[in-house]
Design a protein around this ligand. Sequence first.
Ligand code: NIG
Ligand code: FE
Length: 415
Amino acid sequence: MDQLLVKNIGTIVGIERQGRLRLKGAEMDRMERLDNAWLLVTDGRIESFGSMDDFPCVPSAKTVDARGGMLFPSFCDSHTHLVYAGSREQEFLDKIHGLSYEEIARRGGGILNSADRLHETSEDELYRQAMERINEIMMMGTGAVEIKSGYGLSTEDELKMLRVIRRIKETSPLEVRSTFLGAHAVARKYKGRQKEYVDLICEEMIPRVAAEKLADFVDVFCDEGFFTVEETARIMEVGAKYGMIPKIHANELAVSGGVQVGVAHHALSVDHLERMGEEEIRVLTESETMPTMLPGAAFFLGMSYPPARDMIAAGLSVALASDYNPGSSPSGNMRMVMALASFRMKMTPTEALHAATLNGAYAMGLSKDFGSISEGKVANFFITKPMRSFEFFSYAYQTPLVKRIFLRGKEYKKA
Ligand code: NIG
Ligand code: FE
């Protein structure tokens, strides 16, 4: 038996004792905390926690002194594209000089640019670059992550990307979920023949991906200039036949109908949501689908932010994710995402933490085992420097406060 006992914790935050798989509406702003606490880990899971007034005697456990720092559940980042080759700072300059994300895409840049680079890059090199990003997010407090394909856009290159994601799953201490996103953009070779590209996705890519069991989820970029509602429905239906649950890119560039079609096909999440109307919110209130917001993308592209307050007021649960990718969010910093949610979408730090942990875990189908400090859950947490309040974590958003990282009860040190 492998045991770890953390003592002198200033405050444990993100405690969930009722076994709720996601928090909704007003629940999101309520959080159980425990001051002056200890936490015991057995074989990688949280065994128990309590007050230092009743400190347990566990002679076999290795002891860690939190020195008054706070203990947080690790972030659960439910939307990333962190396997990619190289970077796209040329487009960043184009944007500074006035081009929009859509214009860059129309000129053949954007996602197609990343697809060209990925094609030329070996699987080993892709893995090496992605693992640098994995280590980066891990050291910023992320403990579970979803990663999408979608820079392959041919059967062989989509498989190559998904094999890299599988290798990350097998070798990294993070919990990883993988998503097939062949419908990220129409491949260069299929320009003007979108229907044929969708046929290729449905008839060749999905069956091959499923045969190698490479994807947990299927995604479509359902938006103006990308894939239509009908194409999205078709891809989700074929994906579902092969056991892939949908998670959809929706309503980033336009009121695309993506939310409705996602909900109608029982998507686990619909993501982005910069363009939302009342009808989109209403449809979500009657569903099991997690609306997921990616404020890092709105920040980087200078777009409007999703109406988080309206969604929470309507009783919805919401999640926050980084969208880590080379074109619209070259950062996987979940603490910054939390801070942006507070600065720009008026979410309280408590709501933002729940959105970035338990509700993010739900959006990956992981919230039974991840996303909160609860007995029996996987021991993924980090310890901060002592802070005068929980709110200080979002307020002092650039101060390096994350001090010690534990995944499955094992400590990982910064290199
Ligand atoms: O989530 N919106 C679509 N896909 C990504 C961006 C991909 C890229 O530009 O490389 C996103 O923002
Ligand atoms: Fe995305």
